[in-house]
Design a protein around this ligand. Structure first.
Ligand SMILES: [Zn+2]
Length: 292
C-alpha cells in the first residue's frame, strides 16, 4: 500500500526528508556476519541493501490527519544542525521536509501535536528551527509529546557531555524551555483512535504509535525496527541501541501480537512504500506488501 492512505476518517501521509544509503550493513548491525548477509542478499537486494552492502534507508515522518487533529510523528534531521559525526546529516539545508508537509496539504502552523517516538538525532531535528540565531519550535501551535523516562535519560546525558548529543541541545531542550512539551508514560492513550505502545530497547523508553481501530489500524514503528533483516532475525541489534537484548524481545512481542492481524506496519526507516503486514517466517517475521 502506497502512502498516503486512509483508514475511514484518518489519513496517513509520509513526509520524506531523505532516502538512500547511509551506513554499511555490517557496521550498522554489529552482530551481522558476512555469511548471514550472503544468505539473505537475494531478497535484500536491491531494495534494502545496495551492491556494496550498504543499507537503503528512509528518513521520514508521518502526518496523521483526523477530523480533529493534525499530528506529526517524529521530525527527521532538520536544517542548519551541526552533526559533525554524521556528514550526511551535518548542516542540512533542504526544502524536502517542508515540501512533504505541503504535499500533505499542511504548513507548520497546522500541526497540533508532535509525537516523538524517541529522542535520536534523525527523529527530532524539525522539532526546532533557527530564528535570529535561536532554536525555536518549528510548529508554533503544537504540543510535543515525549515519554518521561526518555526525556530524563537524554537530559542527563546532555548535562554530562553536551558535545556527544548536540541534537538534545538544539532540538529537544528548546522545546522544554518554550514549555511546549507534554510528558507522558510510553503506554499513553491519546484518544480512542491513537495510543502509544511501549517498545523499549532501541532507546530506554521508546514508543510506537497505534492509529485507528482494530481491523483498520496502523502501527507506526519508529525505530523498534530499522530493516526487514531485523524481522527475519529479531535479536539483531543495531549500533545505537540502548539495550539490544531488550530491543529483540520488544520486536518478538510486537510482531507476535500483529502477525495474524490486518494491522499495517509503517516502518519508519524502510524505503518507500515502508508499509506491510507482518507475518511469521521460520523463527522470525517477514513483511508482505499491502495491495492498494
Ligand atoms: Zn533511533
Amino acid at each position: 500500500m502506497t502512502l498516503p492512505f486512509s483508514l475511514k476518517d484518518i489519513t496517513i501521509h509520509p513526509v520524506i526528508e531523505q532516502q538512500g544509503v547511509f551506513f554499511d550493513a555490517l557496521g550498522f548491525f554489529p552482530a551481522l556476519t558476512k555469511d548471514l548477509l550472503d544468505e539473505d542478499r537475494a531478497w535484500l537486494q536491491p531494495a534494502f541493501v545496495d551492491a556494496n552492502d550498504r543499507l537503503v534507508l528512509c528518513i521520514q515522518s508521518f502526518v496523521i490527519k483526523t477530523a480533529r487533529h493534525k499530528i506529526l510523528i517524529d521530525a527527521c534531521v532538520g536544517n542548519h544542525k551541526p552533526r559533525p559525526s554524521r556528514p550526511f546529516w551535518n548542516m542540512l539545508n533542504s526544502d524536502r521536509f517542508e515540501k512533504g508537509l505541503a504535499a500533505a496539504g499542511l504548513a507548520v502552523h497546522d500541526i497540533d501535536y508532535v509525537m516523538c517516538t524517541h529522542l535520536h538525532t534523525d527523529h527530532v531535528g524539525w522539532n526546532t528551527r533557527l530564528e535570529n540565531g535561536r532554536w525555536v519550535p518549528t510548529f508554533p501551535n503544537a504540543t510535543y509529546i515525549m515519554a518521561d523516562r526518555e526525556l530524563a535519560h537524554w537530559t542527563q546525558r546532555e548535562k554530562e557531555n553536551p558535545q556527544d548529543v548536540p541534537w538534545i541541545t538544539d532540538s529537544v531542550l528548546p522545546i522544554i524551555a518554550a514549555k511546549r512539551a507534554k510528558l507522558v508514560k510510553s503506554d499513553f492513550v491519546f484518544n480512542d483512535q491513537i495510543q502509544f505502545i511501549p517498545t523499549p530497547g532501541h532507546t530506554i523508553d521508546h514508543y510506537s504509535v497505534l492509529v485507528g481501530r482494530a481491523g483498520a489500524d496502523v502501527l507506526i514503528t519508529g525505530d523498534m525496527i530499522h530493516s526487514p533483516l531485523q524481522g527475519k532475525y529479531p535479536e539483531l541489534g543495531m549500533m545505537a541501541d540502548y539495550d539490544s537484548a531488550q530491543a529483540g524481545k520488544t520486536r518478538r512481542k510486537v510482531f507476535d501480537r500483529f502477525c495474524e492481524e490486518s494491522t499495517i506496519m509503517c516502518a519508519t526507516h524502510f524505503p518507500t512504500p515502508s508499509t506491510g503486514h507482518v507475518r511469521r517466517w521460520g523463527d522470525g517475521y517477514k513483511f508482505i506488501a499491502v495491495a492498494d
